[in-house]
Design a protein around this ligand. Structure first.
Ligand SMILES: [Zn+2]
Length: 227
């Protein structure tokens, strides 16, 4: 299936043709609300795209603690033994306000990772950055403009704007996500089972995405009712 898709070459959609002609930028696509159906579009428009992997899997190691692995292996029973399935979670971002997250499962580790990467590219969204911290209020874009919440499964995450120099107060997986989004200072609060990495990571992404739905106060012009 993959081979035949690759055989067709890059611009297969109208949007893809426009991109290969250099007619649109990534922000044009976000503004128009068009859906990206070819990962090559993202690769072309964001050349400095970086990838990171969420360690979703793990196996209990010696002496307590567990060894984290990039893929999670689950088993279902069959009359001739266990059948395994690997799932992976991959992030893409440019460190400048664009972030995508992909999750996929397959029989093989490598295939799961490839599929997740493809999905991550297709799911890329703009991330609002700013400085919503009253301690700082420098007007830069090192943090987020407002407090925001995200949810996935039982996990609820709150992201709070932090002043410059605080860094990312989050666990390692959330740090990967925030770093790729280009956020440098933020506080996080988490409720529920934050051990479940997939839900936790999805909740952080959800929180970042929700900022796009908010109206930005700074953009609204102040009314001169007093005059
Ligand atoms: Zn600031």
């Amino acid at each position: 299936m993959n081979e035949s898709r690759h055989g067709k070459g890059f611009p297969r959609t109208k949007l893809g043709r426009q991109v290969s002609e250099g007619a649109v930028s990534i922000d044009d696509i976000f503004k128009s609300g068009k859906k990206i159906k070819e990962s090559e579009i993202v690769a072309r428009l964001i050349p400095n795209l970086q990838t990171d992997i969420i360690l979703v899997g793990g196996s209990p190691g010696k002496g307590g603690g567990s060894r984290r692995t990039p893929t999670r292996r689950t088993a279902r029973m069959h009359r001739s033994g266990r059948r395994y399935r690997a799932s992976a979670m991959v992030l893409v971002g440019d460190g400048e306000g664009h972030l995508g997250i992909g999750k996929a499962a397959s029989k093989e580790n490598k295939l799961a990772m490839d599929k997740a990467l493809e999905q991550a590219k297709l799911s890329i969204i703009p991330i609002k950055r700013g400085c919503g911290s009253w301690e700082c209020s420098c007007g830069g874009d090192h943090s987020i403009p407002v407090e925001t919440q995200g949810k996935s499964g039982s996990v609820r995450v709150i992201l709070i704007p932090a002043p410059k120099g605080i860094g990312l107060c989050a666990n390692d997986e959330a740090k990967k996500l925030l770093r790729l989004a280009g956020i440098r200072d933020v506080w996080t609060k988490c409720f529920g089972q934050s051990r479940s990495r997939i839900n936790y990571t999805t909740a952080v992404f959800d929180a970042l995405r929700k900022m796009n739905q908010m109206k930005e106060r700074a953009e609204e012009k102040p009314k001169d009712d007093d005059l």
